[in-house]
Write a protein that binds this ligand. Structure first.
Ligand code: SAM
Ligand code: DTB
Ligand code: SF4
Length: 337
């Protein structure tokens, strides 16, 4: 009989982000890959145990997204419908007016979201644009919502300005493993992403950082992404795991679809390697059956994007999600205000 053994010990090694290395913990790629190769039931059992040690397994955190500036992006991320260079159906839209953002935030809050995430299709924010976003952050926060922003790469001092305005989380994804990265994006490198994450961490903002699976990466590369995330020191508070949304006109539109069970495995491995993080079942839910989503919750996902729209693509309707959560006996995490 074949036995599958996985060492759950974490060995000491310096981390990617500057941290006191003696304290830093590290997952080896082999350890993470071994988790992916566990029998499905053993993997989910392990993930469940860890999940239940740290969280109410029936509570799910709800974040609503709003694209505050859409399309026309100069970057070449191969998955993204907002890159100017790809011919997609996305219509560009300049930075939204404050009042329209606040109206969307009010709707999100009254639907039950606790966090509002504002996304902009920028390489990074110009100071003038950042100032408009700072006002949005202040006012969304004043509505009693947690605030999150994803604006691209940050320069020195910008994370501090966001923190001072009341931002709770900054989302910036590693997207994939370093070894696969160059096949997806060439206009910024992996180190640029790590640098922005370091700025976010140093400004005492919560880090929201995850990636996309189903882009044609190998199992080893999927493990490489999770190892990178888990070895950030400390690992992110929030980890969005996105399933590629295949959008016509993008280079990745015709990628072979990932086996849904491999997506569930990715959630489970993220849960095991980052026990206290909120692991978000992110993009790709509209294409996913309820049964697969239920498996993701069993695997340790405890957050979703909630609202009919992601940034430019669809998400399950609010009412459908309410029904799903009720069917599963799950409930939204309550707002703190
Ligand atoms: N422009 C900023 C940036 O790239 O940092 C912020 C917005 S960008 C759209 C945020 C994240 O959305 C990307 O890093 C990627 O992980 C995710 N994303 C974009 N298009 C996607 C797609 N088609 N499927 C799944 N995730 C996607
Ligand atoms: C994240 O990890 N996923 C979200 C959010 N962070 C910004 C974005 C998903 C975008 C899916 C494609 C779209 O709607 O444009
Ligand atoms: Fe631009 Fe962000 Fe899309 Fe990349 S993911 S093309 S940076 S909007």
């Amino acid at each position: 009989m074949t036995t599958h053994t996985v060492q759950f010990t974490r060995t000491s090694k310096p981390s990617a982000l500057a941290q006191p290395s003696s304290e830093a913990q590290c997952w080896s790629l082999a350890q993470v890959e071994a988790l992916f190769r566990l029998p499905f039931a053993d993997l989910l059992y392990r993930a469940q145990q860890i999940h239940r040690e740290h969280f109410d397994p029936n509570a799910v955190q709800l974040s609503t997204l709003l694209s505050i500036k859409t399309g026309g992006c100069p970057e070449d991320c191969g998955y993204c419908p907002q890159a100017a260079r790809y011919d997609t159906s996305v219509k560009s839209q300049a930075l939204m007016e404050l009042n329209d953002v606040l109206e969307a935030a009010r709707v999100a809050k009254s639907a039950g979201a606790t966090r509002f995430c504002m996304g902009a299709a920028w390489r990074g924010p110009k100071q003038r644009d950042l100032e408009s976003v700072l006002t949005m952050v202040r006012e969304v926060k004043a509505l009693g919502l947690e605030t999150c922003a994803t604006l691209g790469m940050l320069k020195d001092g910008q994370a501090e300005q966001l923190k001072d305005a009341g931002l709770d989380y900054y989302n910036h994804n590693l997207d994939t493993a370093p070894e696969f990265y160059d096949e997806i994006i060439t206009t910024r490198d992996y180190q640029d992403r790590l640098d922005t994450l370091e700025r976010v961490r140093n400004a005492d903002l919560n880090v929201c950082c995850g990636g996309i699976v189903g882009m044609g990466e190998s199992l080893n590369q999927r493990a490489g992404l999770v190892a990178q995330l888990a070895n950030l020191a400390p690992y992110p508070e929030s980890v969005p795991i996105n399933l590629l949304v295949q959008v016509e006109g993008t280079p990745l539109a015709d990628t072979k679809a990932l086996d849904p069970l491999d997506f569930v495995r990715t959630i489970a491995v993220a849960r095991i390697t980052m026990p206290m993080a909120r692991v978000r079942l992110s993009a790709g839910r509209q294409q996913m059956s309820e049964a697969v989503q239920a498996l993701c919750f069993l695997a340790g996902a405890n957050s979703i994007f909630y609202g009919d729209q992601l940034l430019t693509t669809g998400n399950p309707e609010v009412e459908r999600d309410r029904v799903l959560l009720k069917k599963l006996g799950m409930y939204p995490l309550a707002s703190k205000t």
